[in-house]
Design a protein around this ligand. Structure first.
Ligand SMILES: [Zn+2]
Length: 479
């Protein structure tokens, strides 16, 4: 069985997926296979994706005898983002297309179902994914850029009530990613996808640590879906940046497999580690630069640098000789004692404190349990540290690859000063009830040492003078 067949066999929502040059040409055939009784198609696109793929998809659907309407988001070509208002806009556009048995619009008996087809990348896919789900409809996506791993994952990243959140919804029934179209997408989109994919390297190491203490066991298939195609997919960052179709195809495949791993496990764990927590933290703060939101992949890429440094820091410690009692003694003895430290960590940010309290109510671990965890690490460290060493990519290589891919490789390139970066890293351990390498550092009582190492004098992110801090960034888009 090919990896794709395995992925599809384990997928809860998606039945078919094709990645390749010109694969959008097969959209009508896939559509008729998946939706034999559909009354009508609504193609949701924007002016750019309409011209690079939407028009092709529409003409092929029409040629196969399907009734098609188009909904072009922001037809003036202006920017838009994945907000809940946009979900509602798409949802109403789909609802407005429902047709009755005799071809008249309406909601009476004999209604024929409209099937949404998203033509675009992260934003359009997430909007259509959620809007369809709210109407109880399945949908299909034709992906136009290798910009993130959300094509085949469940859930949609939507800004609602002022906060970016993952709203639940099913993954598409069918997925096409046309790698020839993706190869000619704006360079920063491919760079974003590259960064979202290289993140799976330290994320895998984070998962090994969680697995070792029984926090979240490694799901063998989900692990393979992400990790097996990964090294090849990120091996040629310059090729990705220059739009080499074969390289971009590998990137698309790697990203699609990550989505499938999340479907297989019903969790984002296979594709998300410390670096994604950093990205989510900046989502909470609405991080934008140059007047535009910073793309998911770009935030994740900078997070990946920190996450890699965290793992390298851990590997410099021989935990097999750990003084467990000493480490346990530094850990707050009660949840209330831990909570009392949050104002110093988050300052005047009540939303952050609320979130930390909510997550840590589930994540707080008693000193006895910490003792057990650290004793486990002490016992398995010789073997585990070797596996982590083999898993991760050295920091310099990660940073150089991001640079070659055209992705940001310094925090200032996404509008994050080094002081802010440090502040973010300090706040991460309490923001999510999930175990990462940074949690081990924290539970060893070494978080300040790690931060001083990176952000203190001589550290790689020692603050620069303010006037040179915010340099110009690679141009960004979040579509
Ligand atoms: Zn991601």
């Amino acid at each position: 069985m090919s990896m794709m067949e395995e992925a599809l066999a384990s997928a809860t929502d998606t039945k078919v997926c094709v990645v390749g040059p010109g694969s959008a040409d097969g959209s009508a055939a896939m559509f008729r296979d998946l939706f034999p009784t559909a009354g009508k198609v609504l193609v949701v696109e924007d002016p750019r994706t309409k011209s690079v793929a939407g028009d092709n998809v529409v003409s092929r659907l029409k040629a196969s005898g399907v009734e098609v309407s188009e909904y072009v988001m922001n037809p003036d070509g202006s920017d838009f983002h994945a907000t809940y208002a946009k979900v509602e806009e798409v949802r109403e556009a789909i609802r407005g297309e429902r047709v009755t048995g005799n071809g008249e619009r309406g909601t009476g008996n004999g209604e024929r179902v409209v099937v949404p087809v998203a033509v675009g990348s992260g934003t359009i896919n997430d909007l259509v994914k959620r809007a369809s789900d709210e109407l109880g409809l399945r949908y299909m996506v034709v992906g136009t850029a290798a910009s993130m791993d959300g094509y085949t994952s469940y859930g949609a990243a939507i800004t609602k009530d002022g906060m970016k959140q993952t709203l639940s919804c099913r993954a598409p029934l069918g997925c096409i990613v046309d790698s020839a179209v993706a190869a000619s997408a704006p360079r920063e989109m491919t760079a974003s996808g590259y960064a979202d994919l290289i993140a799976k390297i330290p994320a895998g190491a984070d998962w090994m640590l969680a697995d070792a203490i029984g926090s979240e066991a490694i799901h063998p298939l989900a692990w393979r879906l992400v990790q097996e195609p990964l090294r090849a997919a990120i091996s040629n960052p310059s090729g990705c940046a220059s739009g080499d179709e074969r390289e971009v195809r590998k990137l698309c495949e790697g990203l699609v497999m990550s989505g499938f791993a999340m479907q297989a496990m019903g969790s984002s764990r296979p594709a998300s580690g410390t670096e994604h927590q950093i990205s989510h933290y900046w989502d909470m703060e609405d991080l934008s630069f140059g007047g535009r939101p910073v793309s998911h992949g770009f935030k994740v890429g900078i997070g990946t640098l920190f996450s890699t440094k965290t793992l390298e820091f851990l590997l410099r410690h021989d935990l097999s000789t750990l003084d467990v009692d000493k480490a346990v003694a530094s850990w707050p003895t009660t949840f209330d004692a831990l909570k009392a430290t949050f104002p110093a960590v988050y300052g005047d940010r009540p939303a952050h404190i609320r979130r930390a309290e909510d997550e840590m109510a589930k994540k707080y671990t008693t000193p006895d349990k910490i003792r057990e965890e650290l004793s486990t690490f002490k016992r398995v460290w010789p073997e585990l540290s070797e596996r982590i060493r083999a898993q991760i990519m050295p920091f310099d290589e990660v940073r150089e690859n991001l640079r070659l891919a055209g992705a940001p490789y310094e925090p200032e390139q996404i509008g994050v000063t080094r002081a802010k970066f440090r502040d973010t890293c300090r706040g991460i351990p309490y923001m999510r009830n999930r175990y990462f390498g940074l949690d081990l550092v924290t539970r060893l009582g070494l978080l300040d040492e790690l931060l001083d190492d990176l952000f203190g004098p001589g550290g790689i992110w020692f603050p620069m003078p303010p006037e040179s801090a915010l340099t110009s960034s690679p141009s960004q888009t979040c579509k």
